[in-house]
Design a protein around this ligand. Sequence first.
Ligand SMILES: [Zn+2]
Length: 275
Amino acid sequence: MTGEISFRYDAIRGTNIADLRSLGKPLLLFKTLFKKKPPSPARHELLKIDGRMLEVRVHLNPRARRMIVKVNPATGEVSVTAPSRRGLAHALDFARGEKAWIAGQLAKAPGPVALAAGAIVPFKGESHEIRAADRGPAPVWRDEGVIWVRGRAAHAPRRVLDFLKNEARKTFEARVLEHASALGVKPSRITVRDTASRWGSCSSGRSLSFSWRLILAPDFVLDYVVAHEVAHLREMNHSPRFWAHVKSLVPDLDAPQRWLKVNGRELQRYAAGPA
Ligand SMILES: [Zn+2]
């Protein structure tokens, strides 16, 4: 165990990876799934479910204790984790055996939303429509419930994504600055990531990282995650002293935690490309 403490333990319960299935039973193996070591490169296989071909991501994670199939409840992405190279060969068979369960999960998944013209995306908790513009002050800009994007339609999703990440970065920097000065701490750096397993993290090297998707959530949610990670610069644990620091920065912890639990998953649907 390194000094890294991440927000993922708080966020995981109701947010991102919700439906795990292993050998027919729901499984709580978060620690196994989210160990620091990155899993080996995934490969994609095709599985026929309900008459259509479905792409399944298969990857090896030696730290997993058994075969695990997951359906991302927001995007409908299906993946299988095999604990060994030998298991890798049987991963697809395993998924095939869970077809009915996978189909059931897919039926519930609303599917991904491409960041293209016509899409509705939340920005700081408020719905915005993405619209194409012939001309304007920037490649992408926001104005009264609309995110305008210039240029070729094919480039729009990437441009909108860059815009959202940039807005996220600016907001994180401003909020970190304020909370860090209140606690008398200084992070070494701030990075913006696209991780599915956590909203934010704080490393022992004092580096903070956040998911850009928090810019889609209302301010009080983003602010809570920032406060949480900044407070780790004082306490690298989840002790009462740690929570006292968080509370001194954001008095209400319940509302943002509840919001993430209920809506966090939904934020995963927004993507630049087809899932
Ligand atoms: Zn934490």
